[in-house]
Design a protein around this ligand. Sequence first.
Ligand SMILES: C[S@@+](CC[C@H](N)C(=O)[O-])C[C@H]1O[C@@H](n2cnc3c(N)ncnc32)[C@H](O)[C@@H]1O
Length: 282
Amino acid sequence: MDNAEQIEYWNGEAGKRWAQDDDTMARLLRPISEALLEHAPLEGCKNALDIGCGGGSQSLMLAQRLGGDARVTGVDISEPMLEVARRKALEPAGGRAALEFLRADAATHGFKPGGFDLLFSRFGVMFFDDPAAAFTNLHGALRPGGRLAFSCWQAMKKNDWVRIPLQAALQHLPPPEPPPPNAPGPFAFADPARVESILNAAGFNRVALQPFETTLRVSQGRELPEAVRELARIGPVSRLLTGQPQSVLDTVFPAIEDALRPWFRNGALDMQCAVWLVTGEA
Ligand SMILES: C[S@@+](CC[C@H](N)C(=O)[O-])C[C@H]1O[C@@H](n2cnc3c(N)ncnc32)[C@H](O)[C@@H]1O
């Protein structure tokens, strides 16, 4: 229960790949970022914590939204991603909130009690070994009446952009060992009842999950084979393909191309995704 596996994962090859792809991810996730910022209760917020901030693109958007007299602290366990984030903090502030980044495990870090008035995250809270304990720790960092707002993925069956390439790859590869139920990972918060119960147990009130579905432009201005290789750098399909010999990749990539062809039009790959926009109050 110490998040060791995730700390290793996000500081290893996967974390480095995410850091390199930060601009691409920011573009890909922009419709979700905007919906989250629109939905989050930001009024009067002066001191926000961005949990699992990664390369900081969402922290920057939040800082722009909160404006000059606020502060956003991004916390993450991944040094490669924090290096990218810290470069963003050096850019001229231009009316945005002050930005700072902290390398720490958000599940256990000793934050100043009641030091924040908003806990925020884009896809950074589904990786805790013990989510109830992690959210209890985070709840302690929120002032009474402070707000919580984050996005997490709905079930994989509603996320074509992940499910379809993975199913195509699995036609040619043995399925991985099934993870224990609710194991940390991108889909760990897919079940709304589970999320609500974790947050209530951690002390949050008025927990609400709003479904949000949109189309993600997974790739643009590339031929389908390149688009598929770009998509295969993230999510469960990337975990499946990591370390596979070239001979296997030579079979798997064309299979993914065939599966995705119906969504490829005029040089763009547009696919359906579904997330929860989660809010709560301390
Ligand atoms: C899917 S990425 C999202 C990154 C970023 N929020 C974004 O949207 O670009 C998940 C992030 O959560 C971070 N993370 C995972 N477990 C964490 C923990 N216990 N404490 C802090 N950050 C964590 C990872 O290092 C990674 O940067």
